[in-house]
Structures are given as C-alpha cells and as structure tokens.
Ligand binder design. Sequence first.
Ligand SMILES: [Zn+2]
Length: 302
Amino acid sequence: MSDLSSELLWKISESCSWSSLVALNATNRRFRRLIQEFICRRVKTFLVDFLPVDAVVTLFGLLRIHEGVIIGPIVRCIMSVHTTIYRRINPRQLDIILPSSSAWSSLQELLMSNGYLVDHTGRVDSRLSVGYKTFKKFLLFDGSRVVCILSTRTQATLRGLLMSQLSSQLFALSPTRIYCFYPELFAREEFVVLRNDCHLMRGIPFEEFNFGLTGIGQASVPDMKCGESCPVLWRKASSAGGVEVVRWGGINGLWDGGMHVTPRDPFFIEGGPFMWRRADMIGCGNKFCVNVGRTMKLDSSY
Ligand SMILES: [Zn+2]
C-alpha cells in the first residue's frame, strides 16, 4: 500500500471511516502525514463556518497559549468522515473551554473583530459548577452562529467537559489532538444520556446536536452488551484506556514532531486522572450485559 500515489491514498482516505483513519495514522510516517493533512482540512472546513480561515489559525494559536480546547458536537462532525450529511446540517454553536486562569480578552478580541457581539454572560447552573464557573456567549452579527466560551473552575478543562449531559457532547479538539470519549458509540452512530437533571437547568450554555445519531437509554435497552456505555461502570479518562486520542498535527501541520508532540497534553494531565460514569440510571438492566442486575459501580479499564 505504501507504493500507492498520494492522490490515490487521498481518495481512499475520503471513503474511510474514522476508525480506519486512526489505524492508518498509526501505520507509518507517510500515512500519518497524509491523515493529519486530511483531518486538518476537515477542521478548517467546519470552523470556517464560524470564522475566516486566517482567524481559525489565530484561534488555534490562542488555544495553544491558553491551553483551551474546542468541545462538543462540532468535533464529532469533523470526525464523521464517512458521512456527507454534515456538510449541509452542522451545529450552529461552537463551544470552547478555557482554564480559569486564562485571559478571555484575546479570544474576545478575535471574535469581535470578526463580526461577533457579546450576547450573554453568566454563571453556570450550580449543578455544573464542579466543572465550570462562568460562560460568555457571542452571537454573529446576523444571528446565524454562536460561539460560547466556558471558563472552568480550575486549570483542569477536562473536568468541565465531563459535566456534559450527553455522550454526543464528549468530543474535544485541542491544538494537537482529537479526543473521543465513547468510541464504540461513535462508531455505531449512537449516543446515551449521561445525566438527567439538565432539564431542570435554565440556559444550558453548551451545544446539543444529535443529528444523524440514534439515542439509546432507559426506554430502549440495546440488543447487545452495553460495553463502554454500561451505567454501572466508572470510565477513566486516560489515553491508555477507552478514550480515543488522535494526534492531528495542528492547524499548520507543524505541531507533531513524530516521537514527541509539543505542547504537552494539559487536557489529560492537569489534575487527573479523572473518572466519570452515567448518572441517569442506578443499575444495568440489559440482559445481554455481564453486569445485568448490578447496581454497584465498577471500576473499568474502558
Ligand atoms: Zn450493562
């Protein structure tokens, strides 16, 4: 396969699933460069919906300095390489997490110089306050796009993401890496509810976008084992576990030196390791699952 021309490899990449791309990315340096370029183009394609391309490059520079990450459904759409539907129907909101100590001003300046206005500033609901402190929403002048900057309580941005209501929100894009917290569900184009208290909260700041996905949960027990979505399992956020981490080289293709990636990975390292679990069910009722009937929370290497 290494004898194939780059054009042909590019064509093959375009018809691959995300998991095939991840596998190719780990094969050799040539494939890695190609796949990283492929992902970089996808990142640009989706983010130019929100900002001009030069501002997207600046955005990643700022995220790198402030150790921020883009999160949520927009990242899932970038990763949904095997389906073309997301070219037409995309999330209208871009969510960004910044660590508490980071200055908002440079990001705010970038947004406002590209047509955004401050729409709303507020504190998050107390139920989310373990992870987040405040948020600021920016609305594009024509009302067609929203960018929400979420500020976490500590340096640990991951703690904020783990407050999410749905597994379809547990995706993140840092300046050098893409994270998927439910790779099995993502591959099957499904999502589960992780917490069921969000309807009690007013003005949830982050985006909910499940277009193209099937929800599985209390009402529809799956006809297969639960796997990573079993409600009695604690998940562990570690690159050695079931969280899928893919290096994509950065917006200029220069932030992945092969053996070492700079900068380090503050998203996973800072304050970790983190554990989380579904909080919408107290036990597993799936007869196909080895944990059926259990209510105890099990440690898991998923
Ligand atoms: Zn189960």
